[in-house]
Design a protein around this ligand. Structure first.
Ligand SMILES: Nc1ncnc2c1ncn2[C@@H]1O[C@H](COP(=O)(O)OP(=O)(O)O)[C@@H](O)[C@H]1O
Ligand SMILES: [Mg+2]
Length: 245
C-alpha cells in the first residue's frame, strides 16, 4: 500500500503559555514539500510566538515539530528565518552578513556572489548595511536566510516595513527564489492580499472565544494560478471569508 509522503513540516499539538495566559493551544498543521502557506491572524494572536516555536527557538513551547519526520528541537541550518526588520550586523559587510552561518568573516564563500545575483544585488558585497535602502537590506536578509540552503523558510511579516512598490518586488522575488530552489515556505503576514496572492493555502490563527487561546480556526486552499490578479473574483470571495472571521 502507498503511504502518503512525509510532510516537510509537521506541527503537532503545539501549545505556548506565558504565566497564566495560554497564547495558543493544540495547534497542528502540516506543509508538503514545496508548498507556500501563509499564517494570518489579528495582531497579538500569537503568530510570531508560533513561528519562533516552529523554528526551534522557544524551548518553553510544548508539542512536536517535525521536519521530514525528524523532531526539530533547536534551530537548524535546514530552517531559515526572516523577520520584519533585516537584523543585519552593522559592523559586517553585506557579504559577511550573508555568510554569517559559516563564521563572522566568511564573506569570501563562493555561494555569496551567486546569492547576491539571485536577490538582484550584485555589486554591493563589500558595502556596510547602513548604506542600503530598506528594500535592499531585506534582500540581503533573504540571501542570508537562504545561505544554508534550507528546506524550509519561515518569514515573520517580512515585507511590512517597506513601501508598497518595494513590497510587490520583494513578494515577486520570494516566489522566484522559492520556485528556483523548491524551498517550502511558511509566511506570517497580517496582509490578507499578500497571503492570497502568494500562498497555496492560508491558515487563520485566531481565538474561538474572546481572550481564549488561539488555534487554527480556518484553512483555505488558494488554487488560482499564478501570476494572480489581486482583483480576481475568487480571491475577493476568499478575502471576504477571512475578513468575516
Ligand atoms: N515574552 C513574552 N512574555 C509574555 N507575553 C508574551 C511574550 N511574548 C509574547 N507574549 C504575548 O503573546 C501574545 C502573542 O504575541 P505575538 O506572538 O507577538 O503576536 P502576533 O505576532 O500575532 O502579533 C501577545 O499577547 C503577547 O503579549
Ligand atoms: Mg508578530
Amino acid at each position: 500500500m502507498n503511504r502518503p509522503p512525509t510532510p516537510l513540516l509537521e506541527v503537532r499539538g503545539l501549545t505556548r503559555r506565558f504565566a497564566e495566559r495560554k497564547v495558543f493551544e493544540q495547534v497542528s498543521f502540516a506543509l508538503a514539500r514545496g508548498e507556500i502557506v501563509s499564517l494570518v491572524g489579528p495582531s497579538g494572536c500569537g503568530k510570531s510566538t508560533l513561528l519562533r516555536a516552529v523554528a526551534g527557538l522557544d524551548s518553553s513551547a510544548t508539542g512536536t515539530v517535525l521536519t521530514d519526520g525528524v523532531p526539530l528541537l533547536a534551530p537548524s541550518p535546514r530552517v531559515g528565518m526572516i523577520f520584519q526588520e533585516p537584523r543585519l550586523l552593522p559592523w559586517l559587510s553585506v557579504a559577511d552578513n550573508i555568510a554569517f552561518a559559516a563564521g563572522p568573516h566568511a564573506g569570501d564563500d563562493p555561494r555569496v556572489d551567486a546569492l547576491l545575483a539571485e536577490v538582484g544585488l550584485a555589486g554591493v558585497r563589500d558595502v556596510l548595511p547602513k548604506q542600503l535602502s530598506g528594500g535592499m537590506a531585506q534582500r540581503v536578509a533573504l540571501a542570508r536566510g537562504l545561505f544554508t540552503e534550507p528546506d524550509l523558510l519561515l518569514l515573520d511579516e517580512p515585507f511590512s516595513a517597506v513601501d508598497a512598490l518595494t513590497r510587490a518586488r520583494l513578494q515577486q522575488l520570494l516566489l522566484t527564489l522559492k520556485h528556483a530552489r523548491g524551498t517550502t515556505v511558511l509566511l506570517v503576514t497580517h496582509d490578507l492580499d499578500e497571503a492570497l496572492s502568494l500562498s497555496d493555502r492560508v491558515l487563520l490563527l485566531s481565538a474561538t472565544d474572546a481572550g481564549g487561546p488561539s488555534c487554527i480556526a480556518r484553512e483555505l486552499p488558494v488554487t488560482l494560478q499564478r501570476p494572480r490578479n489581486p482583483r480576481d473574483a475568487s480571491l475577493n470571495a476568499l478575502r471576504d471569508v477571512l475578513m468575516e472571521m
